[in-house]
Design a protein around this ligand. Sequence first.
Ligand SMILES: Nc1nc2c(ncn2[C@@H]2O[C@H](COP(=O)(O)OP(=O)(O)OP(=O)(O)O)[C@@H](O)[C@H]2O)c(=O)[nH]1
Ligand SMILES: [Mg+2]
Length: 252
Amino acid sequence: MPAIPLPQPWSQSRVCVVVPTYNEASNLGELIHRVLELPLPNLRVLVVDDASPDGTGEIADALATDHPDRVSVLHRAGKEGLGRAYVAGMRRALADGADYVAQMDADLSHPPSYLPQLLGTLLATGAGVVIGSRYVPGGSLAQDWGAHRRLLSGWANTYLKTVLDLPIRDVTAGFKLWSEEALTAIDLDAVTSTGYSFQVEMHYRAYTRGQKIVEIPIHFSQRQTGASKMDLGVQVESALQPFRLRRRARPR
Ligand SMILES: Nc1nc2c(ncn2[C@@H]2O[C@H](COP(=O)(O)OP(=O)(O)OP(=O)(O)O)[C@@H](O)[C@H]2O)c(=O)[nH]1
Ligand SMILES: [Mg+2]
């Protein structure tokens, strides 16, 4: 069934979807296909690849050749972490003229069909960021997430919210849409996280700079192919980062 065209404010919005990749060869083609078929003709994708050994960067280049007006690739020299990839990608998206910058994983955990809802909500509320949230009413987690993974995610959320006193239900969420103004206020150059704690640092910086934060429910799917990049270093940084953020924010 052809997609119903969306009204002009949606279709005219210059949205750049930043997708960090490390060894996502089995997922990237499907993801880009699903993003490009959305009824958002001004939406572009920027893949930020950290020299994946499985050839993800070459797949991204081929997609950019097939869709020169809609897909581009930022190649980085090596694996430096999710946070570094996002900072570089978001800066490039803003430099290329995006009014809105989305962020999402490459492994199809974040269903692309929510992108128009993220944009519509941002347009309607004037928020600095709209979060695709697993933990607001109506949101849900992958059915195939075991009890251990659910407990870990729920515990991490409670821990981070408590330490940072953040009024956000899904504080580790990685699927969201930012306005250009919010990213400028956040000051991407000052973001220090290398790994997944980037998500929390961005929420904290948005909140402490007075940005309006809105959450809409999403269903989060389990990755079907490829391997997770979550390792011990990423987890240790995530556990320590809230204390660093609090210390830095404290008046001297
Ligand atoms: N460029 C870049 N991308 C990364 C890096 N680490 C992770 N990613 C990407 O960041 C996204 C999230 O990583 P995942 O491995 O899916 O993390 P996760 O969702 O916590 O783990 P799973 O539930 O097992 O999928 C994916 O698109 C990864 O390819 C990195 O060092 N550099
Ligand atoms: Mg994942």
